[in-house]
Write a protein that binds this ligand. Structure first.
Ligand code: 16G
Length: 200
């Protein structure tokens, strides 16, 4: 299934709606076996996330596959129409090599059922390096317990190093600290997350 997806991306048989947000080779080429932090039982990976499931970059067509509804299981999303979605997608696409939004699709239902974002923020510091930010990790309620959150975290973390980030970070609620600690994330001494919020 994964192979078929790559063939389609390479031969551009998929139109604009199916064009991946980032080069699928970036995902394909991660050294998952040599680098992942978690243990998986049963064994799953980015090329085989489970029966009928496909891990791949986000594409425009995911608007019709429930991507927005999925995100609303994480936080407030609001009513986003196709046009608004397309405009935001285009602006992310224009920031080359910056937005690595990675989804899991249930190919039986044609719905996107899990997602996570790696943002590569370009810097001058650290010799023109980049910082990775892991954002918006969400797994559909009906698909919890299939190790998909773990898999997305491992994959995006490995990817952040591969695309040249000197560090990668994330924000989470207290109760999720043990979960994210599994992947090597820790609170740094004398570093605090501070925030000023303009809306809920
Ligand atoms: C969580 C997410 C963060 C997201 C935020 C939304 C992860 C690791 N963290 O902290 O990326 O932006 O929730 O919450 O997925 P908010 O709507 O209250 O800002």
């Amino acid at each position: 299934m994964y192979k078929k997806f790559l063939e389609m991306s390479n031969t551009h048989q998929n139109g604009n709606a199916e064009r991946p947000l980032y080069e699928p080779k970036v995902l394909q080429d991660i050294d998952f076996d040599g680098s992942h932090c978690s243990t998986y039982n049963p064994e799953i990976s980015h090329t085989n996330p489970g029966e009928g499931l496909l891990m791949r970059p986000l594409c425009r067509g995911d608007y019709d596959r429930g991507y927005i509804q999925l995100l609303s299981q994480l936080t407030t999303v609001g009513d986003i129409g196709q046009e608004e979605f397309d405009a935001r997608y285009s602006s992310m696409e224009a920031c080359l090599d910056s937005y690595y939004i990675t989804v899991v699709e249930d190919t039986c239902t044609g719905q996107v059922i899990a997602s996570g974002t790696l943002v590569k923020e370009q810097k001058f510091i650290h010799k023109c390096s980049a910082r990775g930010r892991i954002e918006d990790i969400v797994v559909d309620n009906k698909y919890r317990g299939r190790q998909l959150g773990k898999l997305i975290l491992d994959v995006l973390t490995i990817m952040s190093k591969k695309v040249g980030c000197y560090k990668v970070s994330l924000e989470c609620k207290d109760k999720l600290v043990p979960f994210y600690s599994q992947f090597g994330y820790k609170k740094e001494d004398e570093q605090n997350y501070m925030c000023r919020r303009y809306s809920d």
